[in-house]
Ligand binder design. Sequence first.
Ligand code: PHE
Length: 336
Amino acid sequence: MTVPEIEEIGRKAKEEIAGAENLLLLNDLRIKYLGRKGILTGILRGLKDLPEGERRNVGRIANLLKEEILALLKEREATLSSQKPVLPEIDLTLPGRRLWIGRRHPISQVLDEICEIFVGMGFKEEIGPEIEDEWHNFSALNIPEDHPARDMFSSFYLDSGKLLRSHTSPVQIRVMERERPPIRIIAPGRVFRPDDFDASHAPNFHQVEGLYVDEGVTFADLKGTLREFCQKMFGQGIKMRFLPSYFPFTEPSAEVAISCVNCYGSGCQTCKGTGWLEILGCGMVHPQVLRNCAIDPERYTGYAFGLGVERVAMIKYRIPDMRLFYENDLRFLEEF
Ligand code: PHE
């Protein structure tokens, strides 16, 4: 190592130290020149290998440079420390970025909750097709063609002559055609009717069908099961009312209402002053329906019910308008 070479290293070091932009970079330079494996450290360590004549001079120059670099590092460090740190270019006043967390639709949540209660009572879940034929949607359910009852379940027809099911009751038929009693199923799903949207109607909505067929099934069994369901769903204090009704596929038929969750029966807007909210239709499976599925009505009896899921959700969460479920307004959906 010659004196001019050392002087060259010195120039470079001074330049780099002056240009170091922060303390981290400055420390890198300290290591580069004066560290254990640093350039200058190497030169000083190599002195002993130089010829006697050169050693003194080179040693002096190198030691001077070392002192100089130390002083420069110290000076630069003081300068950098007193400077304000340079902040990355972010605008701290910008609102934070929001993480959107998805969740299940309230109707799906309520549907699951309903099914869970019935599964807990021993019902098995069955799924039927949304596109049905007239046999399963009507005829097998004791709704003959030209019978005015078809109007109760007016439907969307497809070109093929099939239709979008207007209730989940056709799943009763599909199961009874295939299985022998004891049969105990629920069938959740989407149903379709050509109704306009309003506060309590939509062209498609959801039902949970229930069916229990066995020897000796009675209306009392139906009442007990539905009571258990309503208490689990709406609370122990809930009151129920069974009113005689008509469905072609059940005899006798009933519609079930619960005491208004809003006014507890004294009458308000939600229950239109009646104190009751209707939630489902039910009855004892009509003997002709059993016969249509080759089940002997002399031996077997059964009950069936059809529950409106939107209805239940509206009552449970005090939703005044069914359309809220379908508008996909996040301010609404995020409440669930
Ligand atoms: N399917 C009927 C409806 O959609 C409800 C129902 C089901 C009634 C089962 C009695 C028995 O309104």
